[in-house]
Design a protein around this ligand. Structure first.
Ligand code: ADP
Ligand code: MG
Length: 691
């Protein structure tokens, strides 16, 4: 019997080439694809809502009598039909209409319509609602069903998709969907089989519990959610398996370089740093590629850990690559590593997108010949033209900005032959446990859960920007006492140009106002050298105040800076604010963070800033951030499509994560099942399987 996978959607009557092409844009080719094009929500057209209880944004069925119909001239000519139902009024507005329509909607006509509530001139309005005049009685509530709403693409309307899915359902009679999950498992969780589940979500039967369906908690939906989350988990585990199917160079600790490094270090490692180091040391000595994520809050000392991992690699005679997401951060690592490693006789190469011409050529040659033992840079390091001599360890800082794709591209840069490099990923954004379990299933995790001794807590205050004068004075007095300060400008516009402009204006203003201080400016549009110069001056204490855009968000380390002013913090995510705040509190003095917002603050905005004021624990803040913004934003993967689910919703469905983690390993032993589930749920999105 043909499987649904092999039946083309063109089998459906009325699906010609043009429509098939549009469907292909939605990833729909086979009947199975169509059936897995699932409604992402439902419209409740089962009951009539009284007009008096409508709120802006509600999507509802209303029914009433036409009071009057007017032709309104205004900016755009429109037909305005006022309805009443005894509880209130509602205006239907049509910008496109004909005479017949106007006559049809005459005074006294009963109309039932469906639309979204918008605020209008004289009350609430529906624009171009679907409507019916003199409607039949509403179906009895027990007979009513919800209307599915599908994701669309250009050129296909909702009713069309609805009808296609209904037709595809007919094929289920003769071609049930293959259920890949063991029956016992479904029984354990009281979930229906896949065919039942798919049928139900496309076409909820009369009397199915409306609130469960609307919330996505119906067992049929949960069955699909679970399978979807499982497919994502399996795809990550598959990546891990593929990477670890390659061999890696075992890097045995030699000790010599490490000892000399530790002797020179002006501090002792914390217990947490030592613990994480021993985990890394163990991984590196294996002949399989390490895949390890190190999480540590801002300032927990990840850089030293990276240096130690690098030394173990260098001790074994191999090369190290260290990649950071921004020029500033990469440069800072470069400066740190030069300070630490060059005295040990280890040459380092610098490669960023901005290194050009001869300097670039030289760096490339040094990396290719193996003369440079460590290469540090931005993602420019992983372009095709960069060839390594004997690369055995790749360190990626602040990984959440890179995403899985880049992580996979690293495999290709290995030691040569069949050997793959070890991978060490460091993130300063603590990742909520649930999220880490699903988004980083391909990595082992280490956590640096201790800050170096002597850190003083940062006092955070939330003030309106009407207090700007006071704050400027505060900067003046702190700097007079020998401290340094950051002033961070944010703009909601995505445009980097505008951000930089705002910072320039502020720097200008502050330079004039604080004429007794030395003020510097750093933003993303400066040349790499200019940026590096300003940062170096600030670090050396030649500048008192550094005005910056959020480019300083990650990693910048100047221990004498103890005051940070963040303008318009309400525009940033919590994790980002926590990062910014982490620029201070690195030295001996008490530190302050001033969150200077522009009133009025929304309720949500207030809660967010309060959360930040009340906690300095990155994990607590990350949980809040996840609640407020969702996983795509927290992980920075929204654009890449990963962690974008069809049905699953991270908050609602996080209860599945633990069970899925338990069931995944045994399923991994059945490659056919794994492939089928990944294909079903992730489809063509996952193209990194080609080892
Ligand atoms: P992050 O984890 O945010 O990348 P860094 O590696 O930049 O943190 O370290 C923050 C600061 O703490 C740096 O100035 C670093 O030299 C210092 N540091 C790191 N480890 C220790 C330690 N064990 N004791 C004291 N200071 C430390
Ligand atoms: Mg860092």
């Amino acid at each position: 019997m043909a499987s649904l996978d092999d039946i083309s959607v063109t089998e459906i009557k009325g699906v010609g080439n043009a429509l098939a092409e549009k469907l292909a844009k939605l990833g729909i080719q086979s009947m199975q694809d169509l059936l897995f094009h699932l409604p992402h929500r439902y419209e409740d057209r089962t009951r009539v809502v009284p007009m008096g209880s409508l709120r802006v944004g509600d999507v509802a069925v209303v029914e009433g009598e036409v009071m009057k119909t007017d032709l309104v001239m205004g900016r755009r000519r429109s037909l305005q039909v006022t309805l009443k139902d005894g509880s209130g009024f509602l205006v239907l507005r049509f910008f496109h209409f004909n005479a017949a329509q106007k006559n049809q909607l005459g005074e006294g006509t009963r109309v039932r319509c469906f639309g979204e509530v918008r605020p209008g001139r004289a009350g609430y309005e529906f624009y171009h609602p679907e409507y019916q005049t003199n409607p039949p009685p509403m179906p009895d509530a027990s007979q009513a069903t919800l209307t599915p709403v599908y994701p669309l693409t250009e050129g296909i309307q909702q009713p069309r998709v609805r009808s296609l899915c209904q037709q595809a359902l007919k094929y289920l009679e003769r071609h049930p969907i293959k259920d890949w999950l063991p029956a016992e498992l479904l029984a354990d969780y009281q979930l229906p089989c896949i065919t039942e589940a798919v049928k139900l979500v496309h076409s909820p039967p009369a009397g199915a519990p409306v609130h469960l369906l609307v919330e996505g908690r119906h067992p049929a939906q949960q069955r699909l959610v679970m399978e979807e989350l499982l497919a994502h988990q399996l795809s990550l585990l598959q990546v891990r398996e593929q990477i670890q199917a390659r061999e890696a160079l075992p890097l045995l600790p030699t000790g010599d370089l490490t000892e000399r490094f530790l002797e020179e270090l002006p501090f002792k490692l914390t217990g947490a740093q030592r613990q994480v180091m021993s985990e890394i040391r163990q991984d590196l000595s294996q002949p399989v590629p390490m895949l390890r994520l190190v999480q540590g809050d801002v300032g927990s000392g990840k850089t030293v850990v990276a240096a130690l991992a690098a030394l173990q690699t260098l001790g074994a005679g191999a090369q190290v690559a260290l990649m950071a997401p921004t020029e500033i951060l990469a440069e800072q690592h470069y400066t740190n590593f030069k300070g630490w490693l060059e005295p040990l006789g280890i040459p380092i190469a610098w490669l960023s997108g901005k290194v050009k011409g001869k300097a670039r050529q030289q760096a490339l040659e040094a990396v290719a010949s193996g003369e440079a033992r460590v290469a540090i840079g931005t993602h420019a390091l992983f372009q095709d033209e960069v060839a390594f001599n004997r690369l055995a360890l790749v360190i990626v800082d602040e990984q959440h900005r890179f995403g899985v794709h880049q992580r996979l591209a690293l495999r290709e840069k290995g030691v040569g032959g069949s050997l793959a490099p070890h991978q060490l990923i460091m993130t300063a954004t603590p990742i909520p446990r649930t999220l880490a379990m699903s988004a980083y299933a391909d990595l082992d995790t280490s956590i640096i859960d201790e800050l170096p001794p002597g850190r003083k807590p940062i006092e955070t205050v939330v003030v309106p920007d009407s207090r700007r004068e006071d704050i400027i004075e505060r900067v003046r007095s702190a700097c007079r006492e020998g401290r340094q300060a950051y002033w961070v400008c944010t703009l909601i516009e995505e445009s980097e140009a505008l951000q930089c402009q705002a910072a320039e204006v502020t720097a200008q203003e502050l330079t004039e106002r604080l004429s007794d201080l030395k003020v510097g400016l750093v933003h993303g549009r400066l040349k790499a050298q200019e940026k590096a110069d300003v940062m170096a001056q600030f670090k050396d204490g030649e500048l008192d105040l550094l005005v910056a855009t959020t480019v300083i968000e990650v990693g910048v380390d100047v221990p004498n800076a103890s005051l940070i002013i963040i303008e318009n913090p309400e525009r940033l995510g919590l994790a980002q604010l926590h990062q910014l705040r982490g620029r201070v509190g690195r030295g001996e003095q008490a530190s302050f963070c001033v969150l200077m917002y522009h009133p009025p603050l929304s309720m949500n905005g207030k809660a967010r800033l309060q959360a930040l004021r009340d906690s300095q624990d990155g994990f607590v803040i990350a949980e809040k951030d996840l609640e407020i913004r969702g996983p795509g934003e927290v992980l920075g993967t929204r654009q890449t499509g990963l962690m974008q689910f069809r049905l699953a919703n991270f908050e609602r469905d996080k209860g599945w994560i633990e069970p899925i983690k338990e069931m995944a390993p045994s399923l991994m032993k059945q490659p056919r099942v794994v492939d089928a589930l990944i294909r079903r749920w992730l489809g063509e999105k996952i193209r990194y399987g080609d080892v």
